[in-house]
Each structure stands twice: as structure tokens, then as C-alpha cells.
Write a protein that binds this ligand. Structure first.
Ligand code: HEC
Ligand code: HEC
Length: 402
């Protein structure tokens, strides 16, 4: 009997308690309820929640002017990311006589001393106009010391090469022609060599009005052709232009991180994802085998040791391996090293001890990206890849198969 009455009392108390709690919840004020919401929001903000992603996605699906402010250090002049202007430059491949000549010269191995290496040996059309190698391989299988850059969008470059040592495409071209480890040509004798090839006279006449061949006509035609090499539009471009479905939510989150927490936009900005400036991101191998002092070799200024030109990030998947020395072949690896703050040599080494000691750019610092955030960044970078143009190699004059 005793046990039964205890039991009944216990049930009664539990009923009363639950009635009280449910009453409290029903009468909860809006203020209290929203505080609970805040509580859950704070709790979930440690996790990549769907609702957080949703609000970011909504913002980015609006006009670019409504995007959140990017995380840019004070004093840095930047351009918002954006779609590339459309272009019909490829029409010139068949319709512009100078471009047509430049295209043939670009693919012609007889521009090299051995008649075996053309510009296209290293700037290969099927590989987004680079060679897929860590370091370029040229005349006599000699290696250079740098990675071959893609020539896509080269028209936007104000200074050429990783260290900016050439001021124009026209002046740049004599370097690979003449370099012993590239095409090894005696450029003074190149016009005479081409004059002996049947078919070039009419190509030069169409382009320049007479059949004289000079080095400057050769480099001008090469540059005219190179200026027509442009990226196709990527899903990112279609997104910015208004197709809100062109990027998936994860890629949009990556775009947001690129502009904010991951700080990439401090250097990779504008429609081509480059500030066209020089930065030391810590890959100079200073004092070690494979040391490359970069921009310093051009300016002789101590502060330029280890600086390289910020590359565009368009067509990234087609331009691997990356960096001036081809060190990286994996985007997660690139994000991981940026996430660590990059290799910072001891920034306290006094100039009195070593005046050339390089200093990694202070824009770079540890980023504390989560695994999900790194994946989102990679997904975004991958969305910058369009389908590539296919270009067939032109038929060359005097080869007997025109
Ligand atoms: C042996 C491989 C090789 C050959 C052949 C070659 N290049 Fe290059 N090219 C490179 C490498 C490597 C670089 C980067 C060198 C550097 O930055 O110091 C480069 C850089 C360039 C750049 C600068 C791109 C930029 O964004 O700064 C242009 C333009 C260029 N080459 C055009 C040409 C032309 C035109 C020819 C033919 C006359 C040619 N190249 C032949 C390997 C080659
Ligand atoms: C301080 C300026 C700066 C910041 C910030 C920066 N980069 Fe770079 N980035 C560079 C420079 C300079 C290079 C070339 C360095 C070299 O070759 O030594 C480069 C190279 C790259 C490359 C290789 C591209 C190629 O074609 O070789 C990738 C990919 C890249 N950055 C992605 C990122 C991402 C993602 C972020 C943000 C997490 C970022 N960068 C932040 C300046 C910067």
C-alpha cells in the first residue's frame, strides 16, 4: 500500500512540473524567444550551418555593389572582382594578316637555332599556353629556372616575366628567341633564315605591305598574336553577369572567404584576380639551392628580394603546376600553406647582419580556416575554369604540305 501511494504522489508531482514548464514556454515573450534564437545562433556559428550559408548566398546573388565589404588592409588600392569583358579576338586568327603571321611564327620551330623548338613547345595551346612542367625545358634539354606562365590574358600585363623584367610583349619576345636554354637563336640572323623559306615573303607582304623581314616585324607579329589569347568565360563570370545558379552555394561561400577571412583579395583582385604588383610570399629559397631573388634581380632594391608578380587565378586547373618555381600541383596544398601564414623567415634578422635577407609580405598571416572553409575556397577557385579553346597548329610555309 505504502509503495503505491508514493508512486501516485511521484506521478502527480511530475505532471505538475511538466504543466508548469509548458506554461512557461507558451507564455514566453518574443524578446525571450529571440534571445533563445541568439543563443542557438551563437552555438551554431561555430559550425558551418545551412542558415549562415543561405544568408551569404542571398547577398552574393544580388548586385556586386551589395556584396559584403572585402577584408582589405588599409592603404591597399584594390579593384572589386568581376566578370571579364567579352571579346571576339579569336576572329583575328583568320581575319587579321599580322595576327595570322604572328600565329605561324609562334608555331614555327625554325625560329630556333636547331629548328626544333618553337614558342609553342613551351606555350602549348592544348595546355592553356603553358607546358605543364615544373620548370621549362628548352634547347638541348636545358632547364631554365622558372615555371612557364600561361599566355592567356597576357594583354593585361604591364610588365612581362615573373619578375617584370620586360616592358612590352614586343621587347619580351627576343629573350626566348635568344636565350641559350630556350630557342638559342642568333636573332640577327633570324630574318635571313626566314627569307629563305618559301611562303614567308607573301605572309610578310600581307601583314606589312612589303616582303622585307626584320626582327621588329617578327616580334610585332608575335605580340599581335599573343594579345588575342584570352580566357573564355567561366561559371564565375556567368554568375556575376546575373545567372545566379551558375555557382553552387559552396562555391559562393568560397568566393566570400576569398574576399574576407582568407584575405586573398588583398593581392588577387579585379576581373583577372591580380593586382599586377610584386610580393614576396615566402618561396624565394633564400640562401638555399634553387634560390631565386625575383624582382630584386631587375630593380636591385633590397626590399624586392623574393618578390614575384601576382599571377592571375583564371584557368588555374589548366595552368598547373603553380608558382614561379612550379612548386605546387594541388590546390588544397596551396590553401594549406596560405592558411599557415606562409613560410615566414625570421623577420627580425637585422639588416646589419644580412642586408638582402628577404621579408615575407606582412599581408600574409595565419588564417584559421576550418576544413570546410578550405574546401569551399578550393571549390570557388575551380569555378574559375572555363572550357578551353582548342586551336589547331597552323600549317607552316615551305614544309611542302600547304
Ligand atoms: C623553353 C621554353 C620556352 C620557350 C621556347 C618560350 N618560352 Fe615564353 N616563357 C617561358 C618561361 C619559363 C617564362 C617565364 C620566365 C621568367 O619569368 O623568367 C616565359 C615567359 C613568357 C612570357 C611572359 C608572360 C608573363 O605573364 O609575364 C611571354 C609573353 C612569353 N614567354 C612568350 C614567348 C614567345 C613569344 C616565345 C617564342 C618566341 C616563347 N615565349 C618561347 C618558357 C618558354
Ligand atoms: C601578399 C599577396 C598575396 C596574397 C594575400 C595571396 N596571394 Fe596568391 N600569389 C601571390 C603571388 C605574388 C604569387 C606568386 C608567388 C611566386 O610564384 O613565388 C601567388 C600565387 C598564387 C597561386 C599560384 C598561381 C599560379 O598560376 O602559379 C595561387 C593558386 C594563389 N596564389 C592563390 C591564393 C589564394 C587562394 C589566396 C588566399 C588564401 C592568396 N593566393 C593570397 C600573392 C598573394
Amino acid at each position: 500500500m505504502k509503495k503505491t501511494s508514493y508512486f501516485i504522489v511521484l506521478i502527480g508531482m511530475l505532471t505538475l512540473c511538466s504543466a508548469y514548464i509548458s506554461d512557461r514556454l507558451d507564455n514566453k515573450t518574443w524578446h525571450e524567444a529571440s534571445k533563445m534564437g541568439d543563443f542557438y545562433h551563437d552555438l551554431y556559428s561555430f559550425l558551418p550551418t545551412d542558415s549562415l550559408t543561405d544568408s551569404i548566398v542571398n547577398l552574393y546573388q544580388g548586385p556586386v555593389s551589395d556584396w559584403p565589404k572585402p577584408n582589405i588592409d588599409s592603404g591597399i588600392v584594390y579593384q572589386e572582382l568581376g566578370a571579364m569583358p567579352g571579346n571576339k579576338e579569336y576572329l583575328k586568327w583568320d581575319n587579321d594578316d599580322t595576327v595570322k603571321l604572328g600565329k605561324i611564327l609562334f608555331f614555327d620551330p625554325r625560329l630556333s637555332r636547331s629548328s626544333q623548338i618553337s614558342c609553342s613547345s613551351c606555350h602549348e595551346p592544348d595546355m592553356a599556353w603553358q607546358d605543364g612542367r615544373t620548370i621549362a625545358l628548352g634547347n638541348d634539354h636545358l632547364q631554365g629556372n622558372r615555371n612557364t606562365p600561361s599566355l592567356l590574358n597576357v594583354i593585361i600585363q604591364k610588365e612581362l616575366f615573373w619578375d617584370g623584367r620586360a616592358g612590352s610583349l614586343e621587347s619580351q619576345a627576343t629573350a626566348p628567341l635568344a636565350e641559350h636554354h630556350e630557342m638559342d637563336m642568333d636573332v640577327k640572323s633570324l630574318p635571313a633564315k626566314l627569307m629563305k623559306i618559301a611562303g614567308y615573303d607573301s605572309l610578310f607582304t600581307n601583314a606589312y605591305g612589303n616582303s622585307d623581314i626584320t626582327l621588329s616585324k617578327i616580334t610585332y607579329a608575335l605580340a599581335s598574336f599573343e594579345k588575342t589569347l584570352r580566357s573564355k568565360k567561366s561559371r564565375f563570370d556567368f554568375f556575376v553577369e546575373g545567372n545566379k545558379k551558375a555557382l553552387k552555394p559552396e562555391e559562393i561561400k568560397g568566393l566570400h572567404l576569398f574576399r574576407t577571412k582568407a584575405r586573398c583579395m588583398n593581392c588577387h583582385n579585379g576581373p583577372y584576380f591580380t593586382d599586377l604588383q610584386y610580393h614576396n610570399i615566402g618561396l624565394s629559397y633564400y640562401g638555399r639551392k634553387f634560390q631565386d631573388l625575383g624582382r630584386y634581380l631587375v630593380t636591385g632594391k633590397k626590399e624586392d628580394v623574393g618578390k614575384f608578380k601576382t599571377p592571375t587565378l583564371r584557368d588555374l586547373l589548366h595552368t598547373r603546376p603553380w608558382m614561379h618555381n612550379g612548386l605546387f600541383d594541388n590546390l588544397t596544398g596551396v590553401i594549406n600553406i596560405y592558411n599557415s601564414g606562409m613560410h615566414q623567415l625570421d623577420n627580425k634578422v637585422s639588416p646589419a647582419v644580412d642586408s638582402l635577407y628577404p621579408h615575407t609580405d606582412p599581408i600574409l598571416r595565419p588564417l584559421q580556416l576550418t576544413a570546410d572553409e578550405k574546401e569551399a575556397l578550393v571549390a570557388f577557385l575551380e569555378a574559375l575554369n572555363p572550357v578551353e579553346y582548342k586551336m589547331r597548329r597552323p600549317e607552316l610555309p615551305g614544309m611542302g604540305h600547304e
